[in-house]
Every structure is written in C-alpha cells, then in structure tokens.
Design a protein around this ligand. Structure first.
Ligand SMILES: [Zn+2]
Length: 413
C-alpha cells in the first residue's frame, strides 16, 4: 500500500467540515489548529491525524516526510479561473494606467475580443503548453484544485478546442481540474448585429456539442450590461440545466443587473464577482444554497469596489474566494494574495479567508465531500508553508511561502 507520513508539522490549520459540504456565515471562522502534528496518508487518502510524537512510532510506512516544523494547511481550491487563452494584454494594462476604463478599452477593440483573436489563432498544442506552464506556477503557489473556463473562442470549434485542451490538462497534470463552458462570455464580432443568433448558436449547437463530448461540468455566463442580459442568460442557463450542466454566473460585476438574484432563482451552485451586489441582494444570496464567490483580484486590478463580503457572511452566506485568473482583469495565480485582500479590503478574518479559499472553494465545485480540508477520509491535498502560523501567509503579502505541495498523497513540489 502506498503510504506517506508527514511528521514534525509545527502548526496545522484547517477548516473542519465534519462531513458538511461547506461552512456558512460566522461558522466560516471555525478553523481547527493543532501543534506538533503529523498526517498519515494511505493511497492518497488521509487516514490519521495526530501528535507527531505518536504517529512517528508507526512502523508500517512506505515514505516519511519531515515537515521540519513548517505549517500545514489544505491545498487551495481556486474555483474561478480563465487559465487557457492565447496572448496577453499587457498593452491594455498600460492604457488603463493612463486613465482608460475597461469598457473604453473593450470599445477600442481590446478586452475579451483581443484575447479571443489570439486564442482562435493558437493551436491545441500551443494552448496546452501555455496552460501547463500556468498550472505548474499555480501548483507552486499552493493551488491543488482549479476550475478552468472556456470563453475565449466564441465559435463552436474554438470553444471545443479550449475545452479539449482543459481535458488533456486534467488527464496529465497532477492538479484536480474542473472544466466550465463559458461560450456566453461576450458576443463575437460575427454576431455583433444579431445577438439573438449567437444565443441560438450557444443553445442549439455549442451546449449540445460540449455535452456530447462530456467536456464540461459547469455552464457559466457573463450576465452584464452590453454582454448577456438577464433574459438571455436565463435562456442559456435553462438550456444548460436541461442538458445536465451545473450552473455558475458572472454576476453583478459592473452593475446591479439582477444577475445574482437570477442565479439564486435558477439554483446556481455559485454566483461570482458581486462587486455591485446591494445589501438586499446579499440577503437573497444568504438565504439560498448558492455560494457567493468573491474575486478581489479583479477589484484590485480594475480599481473597482470590493464585493460586500462582510454583509454576506454576517447574513449567513457561504463565501468562497478565487483568483479569477484571466488576461484582462486579474493576472495572478496567488490564492494567498486573495486572502490578503480579503482581510485588508473586505473585512474577512484570516480564519474566514482560509475556509473561503479551501473548503468553500471545493464546495463551489461540488468537491467538498473529498477535498478542501485536512480531515480523515479526505484526499490528501496538503501544503507545507515556511511560516510558524497560517496568518503569516496572507500577512506577509505578495510572496510565496509555500515550500512543499502534497497532492493526492504525493509530494509534487
Ligand atoms: Zn471570470
């Protein structure tokens, strides 16, 4: 039997789910900590957690790994990214710094459509190599599970190409990868004057083709002024749901368009962004099963307001944190940076931020039954950080404290 003993852990910190699929409201602060601990892993699953001095006596161990007093925490679950795309938009970064807005840049031919052009041109092999390089960097920063969306193809062949790249990455990379179809990310130029025809294409051609090839778990949509209206979003999401996809929405990012309320009504697993969600909107989310995913990297990068996370948590919502890694509005792989922004900009406690980055992220991908916390029975996705307490990971910001990553019971970093 493949077994691994992680011993001599200085301080272990994890949300404790006790088989619950999430922690909501103030319970998000329930972090279990343990000093001088060890974790015993068999066939990729955590089978024992206890005092290092006790577990070190275990004779029947294939491999031993000395944590040298480092802190252990669950692998991060980044539940919202756009990792597979061609090119970059560093030129727009410069434009924005001289005062142009996201909408002005999009109107000048930049934004999602410039990435669409680069992605359409790229071959499967090119996208795979770019994607792999990005995932390797994410893993080094402690992300062990990631969601990746399509959405830079915006025609059937290119959307399928991106999802096939994601599928190959999922097959070959140690990280757990959950694919999402985001064909309704923007209207491509071919359909600029016939938006209805693009909705038809998404519903009648793309979604069935994705389903037939089993290329995505979730269907997402950019529900926003100048993108997809709530009515159009509802049509696409209803079609997706009937085909068996789980639902997510880019909601309330640039305006309060009613997107988060729509997501709640349709039973979406998560509504993501929420920068413009109002106090009453927060109450609606909190009263539902839908997870509120905050993406503070986009607020930082675009200089937009932050989502009302404190109000959401105080009202009882389940909040997750994710990077939204994408070339236009959040160019980072760092979940610890999101935890820093959570604490400094959104008044989350470091405990709540850890739960939001691990267990609740797993819940936003319907994976919390097997990932997202260090508990007996769960898959062994564990980080060793060169700090004495997990607070330091987000307190000492913009640097990578992750020294080792254990993924499914194997030391991969
Ligand atoms: Zn996004």
């Amino acid at each position: 039997m493949a077994s691994l003993l992680l011993y001599n852990i200085g301080s272990l910190a994890t949300p404790r789910s006790e088989n619950a699929s999430r922690l909501s409201g103030l319970a998000m602060g329930n972090i279990h900590t343990e000093q001088n601990a060890a974790i015993f892993i068999e066939n990729g699953v955590i089978t024992r957690i206890g005092a290092s001095s006790e577990l070190e006596k275990e004779a029947n161990v294939a491999e031993r790994f000395d944590a040298k007093g480092m802190a252990a925490l669950p692998g991060f679950v980044d539940s919202h990214t756009h990792t597979v795309f061609g090119g970059n938009r560093a030129n727009e970064f410069a434009m924005r710094s001289s005062g142009k807005t996201y909408q002005e840049i999009a109107a000048a031919g930049g934004g999602i459509l410039s990435t669409m052009n680069a992605t359409r041109k790229a071959s499967h092999e090119e996208l795979f190599h770019i994607g792999k390089k990005r995932l390797d960097a994410m893993l080094r920063h402690g992300t062990t599970t990631v969601e990746i969306k399509s959405g830079y193809g915006l025609d059937t062949a290119s959307e399928l190409k991106i999802l096939e790249v994601i599928q190959e990455l999922a097959r070959t990379h140690p990280m757990t990868i959950i694919p999402t179809f985001l064909g309704a990310h923007a209207f491509p130029p071919e359909y600029k004057n016939d938006r209805e025809a693009y909705i038809e294409l998404v519903c009648k051609e793309m979604l069935p083709a994705v389903k037939e090839r089993n290329l995505a778990t979730f269907c997402d949509i950019f529900c926003e002024e100048n993108y997809f209206s709530p009515e159009q979003s509802e049509r696409v999401l209803n079609t997706a749901r009937e085909l068996g996809f789980k639902l997510k929405l880019h909601a309330d990012q640039l305006s309060d368009s009613g997107a988060s309320a729509l997501g709640v009504r349709l039973g979406a697993v998560s509504v993501d962004h929420l920068e413009c969600t109002t106090a009453s909107g927060a109450q609606v989310i909190a009263a539902s099963e839908t997870i509120a995913t905050a993406l503070p990297g986009a607020s930082l990068f675009l200089n937009h307001p932050y989502p009302p996370v404190r109000a959401l948590i105080d009202a009882g919502a389940t909040v997750a944190l994710a990077t939204d890694f994408n070339p236009g509005s959040s160019v980072t792989f760092s979940m610890p940076m999101m935890m820093t922004l959570a604490a400094t900009q959104m008044r989350m406690t470091p405990e709540e931020a850890l739960t939001a980055s691990t267990l609740n992220g797993a819940s936003a991908l319907s994976l919390a039954h097997e990932r997202g916390s260090i508990e007996v029975g769960k898959r062994a996705d564990v980080l060793l950080a060169d700090v004495s307490h997990f607070y330091e990971i987000s307190y000492h910001f913009a640097m990578n404290h992750i020294a080792h990553v254990i993924k499914d019971g194997k030391v991969v970093v």
